[in-house]
Ligand binder design. Sequence first.
Ligand SMILES: Cc1ncc(COP(=O)(O)O)c(C=O)c1O
Length: 382
Amino acid sequence: MPDLNDNIDQVGRGFADFLAPPPEGVIRFTVGQPDFVTPEKIRRRAIQEIEDGNTFYTRSAGDPSLCKALTSWLEEKFKINVDWEDVVITPGCKQALFYAFLGLGNPDDEVLLLAPAWPSYASMIAHLSMKPIHVPVRKEDFHPDMDALEDAVSKNTKFIVINSPNNPTGAVYTADEIAALVDFANRHDLWIIDDMIYATMAWGGSSYTSPTIFSGGAERTLTIGGWSKAWAMTGWRIGFISGPSKAMKAIHLCQSSIASHAPTFLMPAAETALEDEESRLEMQNSFAKRRDFIQQELQTIPGITTWKPEGAFYIMIDISGTGMDSVTFANRALAEAQVQLIPCSLMPHGEGMCRISYATNIGNIKEGCLRLRTWLTSLQKV
Ligand SMILES: Cc1ncc(COP(=O)(O)O)c(C=O)c1O
């Protein structure tokens, strides 16, 4: 049999082993997707488009009407100024991220990741024979440590990835921190990959800040996001990327050679989503309430400590007080408490912690926390 690609063994599986559907009755705190069905108006629009026969090949960068609506939305919400012709609508945010590395990187380029980082970045980077450099964030609040970044940058560094609100930590970087990251990228001449898929999900006074609003930022930032999280559209596979024209020409070429375009009939539905503020806000408010609720619940569980998440729908727990490593903790929580969570040692600089997704209803959150409390209390008595 012929050989496989030499890189394949270097590509990590991310959270896959802990995302497997658990036995019935287990509370799943693992899945990073809203528990809502996509709002009705959006579903109806997609169905209508199919019925109207909008099923042919189309413009590779995406429906002009959607690209224009998206640029207005980015400008209105986040002051991101981008020409609609510098937007590519992609089959998911993940694919947009991959295009950024594919279109702008070369083998052996180094990519700075603020760690613990969502593991898919490192997998994509490995596919392309580039190198992820995991730079630890500050332990107390998961915000960027600029000294650590200065220590990690090298002549081979080509990119820095910013993901705020963050998966897995729930941190939202302040405007001053984003300004410092842009200054850092300017000084070291780096591309900024701004994965802002959780941009509308910032809680308690935190807010997403775009690197493009700071001097030098727009020229080097790829703004990448999608519809999966804010509009509960994970299965649709629709996302976007925008940035400076020169970079976008390369990224557009990636899309034309690999996917041609995002599904034709989904794009008008994505435009409907941008208009459907009511549904989006309803889900957003629900996540904000769940975040307060789970944080209060977790605080009272013996053996673990937690942080107040500032955004996205994840909360980190420090499990080192239990004496278990995070994989043991996650395996035992599943077996003994019927609660599934993600051990953060799957990510560099994540040992000692587990990630909980609170993208599930209050009833499940209550029950999952009760089970963890009962289990950990019983261990303390042994
Ligand atoms: C940080 C981050 N970026 C991107 C994605 C993927 O988004 P999409 O479903 O649009 O590909 C996820 C999904 O979990 C994520 O957490």
